[in-house]
Ligand binder design. Structure first.
Ligand code: ATP
Ligand code: MG
Length: 565
């Protein structure tokens, strides 16, 4: 039994549905691998019991708002009741069984939490997808995941219907709407009439729980399959140190519900700590709405992609002081050191960084309270043993560039994906000696801080120098002419490869002389970073190629440079 330093953590005993008082609760150890684990019965129902016993404060478990002034507040008791109903809707009405795949394509609506937890109660494997998808994207995902069911809204239902005949595995469709639609089951009314009696499956920790589609930055999205252990990992002491959430915290994660980050942050991390999950419907990212929301609601912690913080900083807000905000985190993409600094100056709140993948969940990060080294992604979060490795899987010394690897031998850590669904070849390709190779390049300093350089394919090899695009993009970003940039390798008759920057200009610089600007940007890069990194070629473009959620597809630019597109 390990004494909790911040208390209120679920205990192994809860698996057997015995509830201890929060203060006495033992907790999981970083390297525990229990035979059975289920987030719904082990964590959510624990907090329901704490609520019943008066051992948790009055904050709701879920607090949802939208622009129209609607609000939903559900306690843990209500969450338990509603998610049991959802479980019954899926199995009894929908005929879905443990192990079946359910495509979950919902915007930020309260039902998303009923679906995910409802699936966990039944062992149905949920496969989230973003609502930004079009018919073609949905078709691809339904076909490769062989989803038996789908749940979505009115907006996407016609798109689904337009491709459903090409998806032989698809048997059942649920609609989350106030209207009905032919061929679809009405989830909202079914929840109302369903029974709240449900016995949670006794899932094994290694049983599949969810399949996440990767973003598709470097090709077609891959299906990273995770087991129930992904949720267990949130209970590990080392993970709790990342955000140090408490029952009194109101935590807002802005990630699209189609990504692993939303499942981790807006559900496992927050509810493991008994915190309130705050959610704004946010049909699109409007910096004004985000700033107003942070001012109006008692949000204490906020996690979002770097681009969200960038968008806010690019507006001229007179004040960015938020009354209750204590902690902010960015992840999913490179965070520029100067944005970190600007955010701190303007809000008075430090901006921490986390790094992860659909395959790995949160891999490393700056733990709350740990010294921030601007630009670093922080340190490994156990049970992950993160090392910088060479192409044979040997660990490299400090400050040496290599691949970010996670040790999988002799034991694969809890929280790492099981495999790419139906793709043993791709899965095997990620294994490198005793490590899982993330395919990202970085260095680690003597203190264990990890510094991201770029994806392996994106690193440029120019005249014997290895250059990460992020370093050059960071340098360019400091220049007022640069709204955004992407740096890639480009062929050169003499040097083999050179650094090329694709630059989107800020409005004030659009009319400037391009040749002169090119020289200015080159001089600027030489002055702020090692001169060999400066872009020998600069091309000004109106926009950069991006994935549905806005990640820059450098490989497309690179292929164009090398004449493959
Ligand atoms: P695909 O694998 O389909 O090409 P993807 O790798 O973008 O797409 P995700 O799993 O959503 O799909 O994203 C993980 C990747 O995002 C990481 O491998 C890394 O390249 C990038 N990333 C995540 N966090 C950070 C961070 N803090 N700094 C820099 N890059 C990050
Ligand atoms: Mg990837």
């Amino acid at each position: 039994i390990h004494k909790s330093c911040h208390g209120f953590l679920p205990a192994p005993r809860h698996l057997r549905c015995q509830f201890l008082s929060g203060a006495e609760a033992p907790r999981w150890n970083d390297h525990d691998t229990p035979e059975e684990f289920n987030f719904a019965s082990g964590v959510l129902d624990y907090w329901t019991q704490m609520e019943k016993e008066g051992k948790r404060g009055p904050n709701p478990a879920l607090w949802w708002v939208n622009d129209q002034g609607d609000e939903v507040k559900w306690s843990f008791r209500e969450m338990t009741d509603l998610t049991r109903r959802a479980a019954n809707v899926f199995t009894q009405t929908g005929g879905l069984r443990q192990g079946d795949h359910l495509a979950l394509i919902l915007p930020r609506v309260p039902e998303w939490w009923l679906v995910t937890v409802g699936c966990i109660r039944t062992g149905i494997v949920f496969t989230p997808g973003t609502t930004l998808m079009k018919a073609k994207d949905i078709l691809y995902r339904l076909q490769v995941s062989k989803a038996k069911g789908i749940i979505t809204t009115d907006t996407l239902a016609p798109e689904v219907d337009s491709v459903a005949s090409e998806c032989p595995a698809l048997k059942i469709k649920f609609l989350v709407s106030d209207h009905s639609r032919e061929g679809w089951l009405d989830f909202r009314s079914l929840i109302k009439s369903a029974s709240s009696d449900h016995t949670c499956v006794k899932s094994k920790t290694m049983d599949p729980m969810a399949i996440f589609f990767t973003s598709g930055t470097s090709g077609l999205p891959k299906m990273a399959k995770h087991n129930q252990g992904l949720a267990l990992r949130s209970s590990f002491p080392s993970c709790r140190k990342l955000l140090q959430l408490k029952t009194s915290d109101v935590f807002w994660c802005l990630s699209d519900p189609g990504w692993i980050l939303a499942v981790l942050a807006s559900m496992f991390e927050a509810w493991t700590a008994g915190s309130t999950v705050f959610i704004h419907h946010l049909p699109r990212f409007d910096p004004n709405v985000i700033v107003q929301t942070l001012s109006k609601y008692p949000i204490t912690q906020c996690l979002a992609a770097p681009s969200v913080f960038r968008m806010i900083l690019q507006q001229d807000f007179t004040s960015l002081r938020f009354p209750t905000l204590e902690h902010t985190c960015a992840g999913g993409e490179a965070l520029l050191p100067e944005e970190q600094e600007q955010w701190r100056r303007q809000t008075g709140v430090l901006l921490y960084q986390v790094y992860g993948q659909s395959e790995t969940g949160i891999t490393c990060g700056i733990l709350r309270g740990m010294k921030i080294k601007p630009g670093s992604m922080g340190k490994a979060i156990p049970p992950f043993d993160v090392q910088i490795i060479d192409d044979k899987g040997d660990v490299l010394p400090p400050n040496t560039e290599g691949n970010i690897g996670i040790r999988i031998k002799p034991t694969k850590p809890i929280g790492l994906f099981m495999c790419y669904q139906d793709d043993p070849v791709k899965t095997a390709e990620t294994e490198c000696g005793d490590f899982y190779n993330t395919g990202d390049r970085a260095t680690m300093d003597a203190e264990g801080y990890i510094w991201f350089l770029g994806r392996s394919d994106d690193v440029i090899n120019a005249s014997g120098y290895r250059i990460g695009p992020t370093e050059v993009e960071n340098a360019l970003a400091e220049h007022p002419a640069v709204a955004e940039s992407a740096v890639v390798s480009s062929p050169d008759p003499i040097r083999g490869e050179v650094v090329k920057a694709f630059v989107v200009l800020t409005p004030q610089f659009l009319s400037r002389d391009r040749d002169q600007l090119t020289k200015e940007l080159q001089e600027h890069v030489k002055s702020v970073t090692a001169p060999y990194k400066y872009p020998r070629k600069v091309e000004f473009v109106p926009e950069l190629p991006k994935t549905i959620t806005g990640k820059i597809k450098r490989n497309e630019l690179r292929k164009k440079e090398f004449g493959q597109l």
